[in-house]
Ligand binder design. Structure first.
Ligand SMILES: [Ca+2]
Length: 176
């Protein structure tokens, strides 16, 4: 149980926009190459894949359906850039405890949206997995410091949900 609690995992999907893609012929689902990664925050990328489909297949096997998806644009539009956060415990729900982060990032500056752009100071909307019981709290400073805002419902515009200050403001977040 303690070992599980130490395991902090987020899922990030990045696209290397400027890379010259000359991939090995058999790189479909390598555990070490590719731009679609399941990332262990404590120890760097743990598994990468060359296609989003391969990553999703891997996630499905591990039951890592995202608890939270944040978007760069308002309106929860994936095409503008999104990032999924999956449970650190392989769950599809959040329990009643609020002192344990089900999923989190203390430094959004280290993360990228699907479009390759930084997540730091750029989140404008989000979706929480339906019926997951999860609540997300956003902080305007890294490491879960500063002012906080959040709730368990979806939000199509941070400025509408929490006030204009909160559009493009989050620098860390926690799902509990
Ligand atoms: Ca934004």
């Amino acid at each position: 149980m303690n070992a599980m609690k130490l395991w902090r995992t987020i899922v990030s999907m990045t696209v290397a926009a400027a890379a010259v893609l000359v991939l090995p012929a058999a790189a479909e689902a390598s555990a070490s190459t590719g731009d679609y990664c399941v990332q262990d925050l404590a120890g760097g990328p743990s598994a990468c894949f060359t296609t989003e489909r391969a990553l999703e297949s891997y996630q499905a096997e591990l039951s890592l359906s995202p608890l939270l998806t944040v978007y760069r644009n308002t309106g929860q539009l994936g095409a503008g850039g999104y990032l999924n956060f999956a449970s650190a415990y392989g769950r599809t729900y959040c329990d009643d405890a609020t002192n344990v982060n089900e999923a989190s990032s203390g430094a959004l500056s280290a993360l990228k949206f699907s479009t390759g752009q930084t997540v730091d100071l750029a989140i404008s909307s989000y979706v929480i997995a339906p019926n997951s019981g999860c609540v997300v709290v956003f902080f305007d400073q890294a490491s879960f410091n500063g002012n906080a805002a959040g709730w368990g419902g979806n939000c199509s515009a941070m400025a509408s949900c929490f006030g204009s200050y909160w559009d493009n403001r989050a620098r860390s977040l926690a799902v509990t």
